[in-house]
Design a binder for this molecule. Structure first.
Ligand code: PRX
Length: 649
C-alpha cells in the first residue's frame, strides 16, 4: 500500500514531442484507429497486423480458435520465422538490405563483429544444415547454454529454419538447473561455447554442460563455439566444434513451411513451486505480436541502431533482441559483457561508438548507473539516442526522471513496457507518438489487448484501488502451455477466474485508466528484473545437510529492486555463523545459479507458523524489512520466535 500511495502522488505528465510524433511509424491517428478496432474486434486487428507485418507461405483459414485456456492463432497458416527475419529482407524491394547490418556485436574485450543480412542468411543456412546433419528434425528440441555471441543468434534462427524447437538456458544458471531443463524438454542437441567474457576474464561454460549431461540421457550431440580459447575437454563421439562443423556446410537451406502453431521455443521461468515451468511459444501468433509491437513501440526504422541490453537467455532477449527486431529488418546490437567493464561508462561508450538510436534496458541497471554518477554518461556523446525503453520491473519515478534527463536529454520518449515470459510480447505500454507518459506507469494496454484489474471474484476494481492484473481476451503471443504439464498451465494461469488470464501481478489504475504495476502477488521475487521463486531457493537451501528448514522472502532493495533474505533453521547441533552462511549462499549458486544467491541469511531455531503449520511469510517480509510493527500475530504458533527473529532476544 505504501508503494501505491507514493506512486499516486506522482503527478508529472510528459507529452509526446511533435518532432517525434510527426515521424513515428504509428501516428496519433493510426493509434486511435487501432485502439478502436482492437477494442471492437481484436481478432480483426491482429489479423490485419499478421497480414501487414508478417510474410506467410499460406494464408490462415481461421484467425482464432479459442477453447479456454487453449488458443490457436492463424489456424492453417504456414510460415517460417527465419524467412521473416532474414530472407524477406533480401528479396524484391528490400534486396538493398543484403549489406545492411543485421547484428552489430560488441565483445567485452573490445572486439566487435558486424553481420549483414546477407551474411546472416549464409550462416543460418549453414548451421541449419549442420543441425540436420546431426539428425535434428522438425519438432526436436535443441538446448542452448551460451554467452552473448552472434553464434547464439545464428543457431536460434537455424532452429526456426528447420522447425526445431529451441530451449535457451541463461548462461548464469548452474549445471543442475541446466540438467533439469535439458531433461524436461528432452533436448537432442546442446549448443554451447567454451566460455565467454565477464569483467575482463574468460569464464568457462562447457564444464557445466559436461556436468549437466551426466544425468541427461536424451542428449546425443554437443556443438561447442570457440569463444575464449580456453582448454576445453571434448568427449569423443559426442562433442563437436562449431567451426569444424560449419566448414564446408552448404549455404543453401530452404526454410521449412511450418504450421502457425508449430512450437517455436520453450523458455523456463520460475513459478511458485521448486520446479521451473517450460513456457511454450509457437510460431505465427508470436511472430505477429513481437513484430508489430517492436514496430509500434520502438518505432523501428531502417536507419535505427537498436540496442536492448537483455541477455538472450531471457524472454526480452528472445522477443526484442532477435525476433521482433530482425523481422522488422532493423539493426540489433548485442553486447557480450558486464555494463561497467572496463569502466563505468562502457554502455555509454557503446552508444557513442555505434550511434545507438533506440535503447531498451531495465530499471535495475538505471539505478546502478544513477549511483555511479552522472559524469559517466555525461562524458559521452549520446546525441544519437531518440527513444528509450524500460522493462522487467516497476520503474521508480526517480529512476524514470533520471533516465529522461541524463540519458534522454529530455528529448527522448520513454516507453515503460509491461509484459512477461508468458505473454510473449509487450502488453501494456506507451506508444511514443500518442500516449502521455507518467513516470512509474506502464500507461495503457497495447491495441487488441484487453487488460483489467480484477478482485478475487473477477469483478473490475474501481480506481484507485489495487487488485490483480488480468488479461480477459486471448492475444497472439500468449503462451500455449507449460511443456509437458497442461494441468499446471490451467491451475497457475486460468483457475482464479473463468477463462481469464491471471498474470500474478498486483496493479491499480488511475482516473485516466493508466496502469501502475505494483509487482508480484505470488511467491515469485523479481531480482534485478529476473524471476526467482521463493520455493526454488528454499529447496536449494534445505538440500544442504545442515539445514532443517528454510523460508525465503524478498525485501526492497535500492538497486536490484528486491533482495533475497533467507530465514534458516539449522539442524540440531550445527554450529552456525558466517561460515555456514557463505556455504549456504554457495549452495544456492550451485543448485540454481549466482543470480539466486540470498543477500542475507538469518539463522533462527524456529520459523513463525500459523496453527495449521503455514509459514507466516508476510511477517517474515516485515522482519526482513526491519519494520517496527509486524502486524497481527495472534495466529502465531510461538510468539517467542518472533522476538528472536527480530533480534529482541
Ligand atoms: O512482475 C512483472 C515484472 O516482471 C514479471 C515478468 O517477468 P519475466 O517473465 O521474467 O519477464 C520480464 C521481461 C518481460 C512481471 O510479472 N515486470 C515486467 N515488466 C514490468 C514489470 N513490472 C512493472 N513494470 C514493467 N514494465
Amino acid at each position: 500500500m505504501a508503494d501505491i500511495e507514493s506512486l499516486l502522488k506522482e503527478k508529472r505528465v510528459f507529452k509526446p514531442k511533435p518532432e517525434f510524433s510527426r515521424q513515428a511509424n504509428w501516428k496519433k491517428s493510426t493509434i486511435n484507429e487501432y485502439r478502436r478496432l482492437g477494442a471492437k474486434n481484436p481478432e480483426r486487428f491482429w489479423a490485419k497486423m499478421a497480414r501487414e507485418n508478417v510474410s506467410w507461405f499460406t494464408r490462415w483459414k481461421k484467425v482464432l480458435q479459442w477453447k479456454a485456456p487453449n488458443a490457436k492463432w492463424f489456424v492453417g497458416g504456414k510460415l517460417n520465422v527465419s524467412y521473416n527475419c532474414i530472407d524477406r529482407h533480401l528479396e524484391g524491394d528490400n534486396a538493398w538490405r543484403r549489406n545492411k547490418a543485421a547484428i552489430i556485436w560488441e565483445g567485452e574485450p573490445g572486439d566487435s563483429r558486424v553481420i549483414t543480412y546477407g551474411e546472416l542468411h549464409r550462416e543460418v543456412c549453414k548451421f541449419a544444415n549442420v543441425l540436420k546433419g546431426l539428425g535434428v528434425k522438425k519438432g526436436d528440441r535443441v538446448a542452448f547454454y551460451m554467452p552473448m555471441v552472434p553464434e547464439l543468434a545464428i543457431a536460434m534462427l537455424a532452429c526456426t529454419r528447420i522447425g526445431a524447437t529451441h530451449s535457451i538456458v541463461f548462461g548464469g544458471f548452474s549445471a543442475e538447473s541446466l540438467r533439469d531443463r535439458i531433461n524436461d524438454a528432452g533436448a537432442k542437441v546442446v549448443v554451447t561455447a567454451d566460455g565467454g567474457y565477464r569483467r575482463g576474464a574468460p569464464f568457462p561454460l562447457k564444464p557445466a554442460v559436461d556436468d549437466a549431461l551426466k544425468g541427461a540421457e536424451c542428449v546425443e550431440k554437443v556443438v561447442v563455439v570457440k569463444r575464449t580459447g580456453t582448454q576445453t575437454e571434448m568427449t569423443a563421439g559426442r562433442d563437436l566444434w562449431w567451426h569444424e562443423q560449419m566448414q564446408g556446410a552448404s549455404t543453401k537451406c530452404a526454410p521449412a513451411k511450418l504450421d502457425a502453431e508449430h512450437p517455436l521455443f520453450i523458455l523456463y521461468t520460475s513459478g511458485t513451486t521448486g520446479k521451473p515451468k517450460g513456457i511454450l511459444h509457437t510460431t505465427g501468433g508470436y511472430l505477429t505480436h513481437v513484430t508489430t509491437t517492436a514496430q509500434a513501440i520502438f518505432d523501428l526504422k531502417d536507419e535505427d541502431v537498436y540496442w536492448c541490453t537483455a541477455d538472450i537467455g531471457w524472454i526480452t532477449g528472445h522477443s526484442y533482441v532477435i525476433y521482433g527486431v530482425l523481422a522488422n529488418g532493423a539493426t540489433t546490437l548485442m553486447y557480450e559483457g558486464v555494463p561497467t567493464h572496463p569502466a563505468p561508462d562502457r554502455w555509454w561508450e557503446i552508444i557513442e561508438k555505434w550511434g545507438v538510436t533506440v535503447f531498451y534496458t531495465a530499471p535495475t541497471a538505471i539505478r546502478t548507473f544513477i549511483r555511479l554518477g552522472d559524469e559517466h554518461p555525461n562524458g559521452r556523446d549520446l546525441s544519437s539516442l531518440r527513444l528509450l525503453g524500460s522493462v522487467g520491473e516497476p520503474i521508480n519515478p526517480e529512476a524514470w526522471i533520471w533516465y529522461n534527463k541524463v540519458i534522454g536529454k529530455r528529448r527522448c520518449p520513454i516507453v515503460d513496457t509491461w509484459w512477461q515470459t508468458e505473454t510473449g510480447g509487450i502488453m501494456i505500454t506507451p506508444l511514443p507518438a500518442g500516449v502521455d507518459t507518467k513516470p512509474g506507469s506502464a500507461t495503457l494496454p497495447f491495441p487488441g489487448v484487453d487488460a483489467a484489474i480484477l478482485d478475487d471474484d473477477g469483478d473490475e476494481v474501481e480506481p484507485p484501488n489495487g487488485g490483480f492484473l488480468a488479461i480477459r481476451k486471448p492475444w497472439p503471443g500468449m503462451m500455449r502451455g507449460i511443456w509437458g504439464d497442461p494441468q499446471r498451465f490451467r491451475e497457475t494461469y486460468w483457475s482464479k477466474w473463468k477463462d481469464i488470464y491471471f498474470a500474478g501481478d498486483g496493479a491499480h489504475r488511475d482516473k485516466q485508466g493508466y496502469f501502475w504495476i505494483m509487482g508480484r502477488v505470488d511467491d515469485v521475487m523479481n531480482i534485478s528484473g529476473h524471476r526467482i521463486g521463493t520455493m526454488e531457493v528454499e529447496s536449494a537451501l534445505v538440500s544442504h545437510a545442515d539445514v532443517a528448514e528454510a523460508a525465503v522472502v524478498g525485501r526492497p532493495d535500492a538497486i536490484t529492486g528486491t533482495a533475497i533474505v533467507a530465514f534458516v533453521t539449522p539442524r540440531g547441533g550445527v554450529v552456525y555463523g558466517d561460515t555456514l552462511s557463505k556455504t549456504l549462499r554457495d549452495q544456492v549458486a550451485k543448485e540454481i545459479g549466482a543470480i539466486a544467491k540470498p543477500a542475507e541469511i538469518r539463522f533462527t531455531d524456529a520459523l513463525p507458523k500459523t496453527r495449521s503449520g503455514k509459514i507466516m511469510r508476510r511477517l517474515l517480509r516485515d522482519i526482513a524489512e526491519g519494520k517496527e510493527s509486524v502486524g497481527d500475530t495472534t495466529t502465531l504458533e510461538d510468539y517467542s520466535v518472533l522476538a528472536r527473529l527480530r533480534g529482541d532476544e
